[in-house]
Design a protein around this ligand. Structure first.
Ligand SMILES: CC(C)(COP(=O)(O)OP(=O)(O)OC[C@H]1O[C@@H](n2cnc3c(N)ncnc32)[C@H](O)[C@@H]1OP(=O)(O)O)[C@@H](O)C(=O)NCCC(=O)NCCS
Length: 163
C-alpha cells in the first residue's frame, strides 16, 4: 500500500541505524554494478559512514508511519562529475520502487536542501538522470553534462537561501 505523504517523516540515518540493512538492499538493487557482489562498493559501509549529524557525509531517511524506511538521500562532499570547488552534493537519492511517484523523492530533496542550509552551505549540486523533474521544479539550474556508469547525466546547481 502507498504511504500517505503526510505520514512520511524524514530523519537523520544516525537516529535510525536499524534501517541500514534494509536501505542497503535498496542501494544494491538500484546500483547493482557498483554495490552488487561483483561491484567495488559496499552499501552497508557507505551507509554507516553517513551516520553523522553535523559533518559530511550525512544520510537522511524517509520513514512511514510504522518507521519502515522508504528511501534515503545523502549530503556528501563529492559525487559523480564533481569538480574542484563544487561542494556539497546531494547524492545516493533512492526511493523504494513500490513507493515512487508519491512525492517522497521531492521530500528527501527538500530535506537535504534544508540540511545544507543548516550547515551553512550556500550552494548545492546534484548529478542525475532521474531526479531532473524534481530539481528543475525546485529551481535548480543545469550546469554541465558528465558521463556515468549509466550514461550521460546532468549536473545541476542550487543556490540555497533561507525562505
Ligand atoms: C528519482 C527518484 C528518487 C524519485 O523518487 P519519487 O519518490 O518517485 O519522486 P517524486 O514522487 O517526488 O517524483 C517527482 C517527479 O519525478 C518524476 N520521476 C520519478 N522517477 C523518475 C525517473 N526515474 N525518471 C524521470 N522522472 C522521474 C515524477 O514523474 C515526478 O514528476 P512530476 O511531479 O512532474 O510528475 C526515484 O525514481 C528513484 O529512486 N530512482 C532510482 C534511483 C535514482 O536514479 N536516483 C537518482 C540519483 S541522483
Amino acid at each position: 500500500m502507498q504511504a500517505a505523504k503526510s505520514d512520511i517523516r524524514i530523519v537523520p540515518l544516525a537516529d535510525v541505524t536499524d534501517t541500514i540493512a534494509e536501505l542497503a538492499d535498496l542501494l544494491v538493487a538500484e546500483w547493482e554494478p557498483y554495490y552488487g557482489p561483483r561491484g567495488p562498493g559496499n552499501a552497508v559501509d557507505d551507509l554507516r559512514a553517513r551516520c553523522n549529524r553535523n559533518e559530511l557525509p550525512i544520510a537522511l531517511v524517509a520513514l512511514d508511519i510504522d518507521n519502515k524506511p522508504l528511501g534515503t538521500a545523502a549530503l556528501k562532499q563529492d559525487s559523480v562529475g564533481s569538480k574542484p570547488g563544487q561542494a556539497p552534493w546531494l547524492a545516493a537519492l533512492v526511493v523504494n520502487p513500490l513507493h515512487r511517484g508519491n512525492g517522497i523523492g521531492t521530500l528527501l530533496v527538500a530535506a537535504i536542501e534544508t540540511e545544507a542550509i543548516r550547515l551553512g552551505f550556500t550552494t548545492l549540486y546534484i548529478s542525475t538522470n532521474a531526479a531532473d523533474r524534481i530539481v528543475q521544479k525546485r529551481g535548480w539550474l543545469p550546469l554541465d553534462t558528465v558521463t556515468s556508469l549509466r550514461g550521460p547525466i546532468t549536473v545541476y546547481r542550487c543556490d540555497l537561501h533561507e525562505t
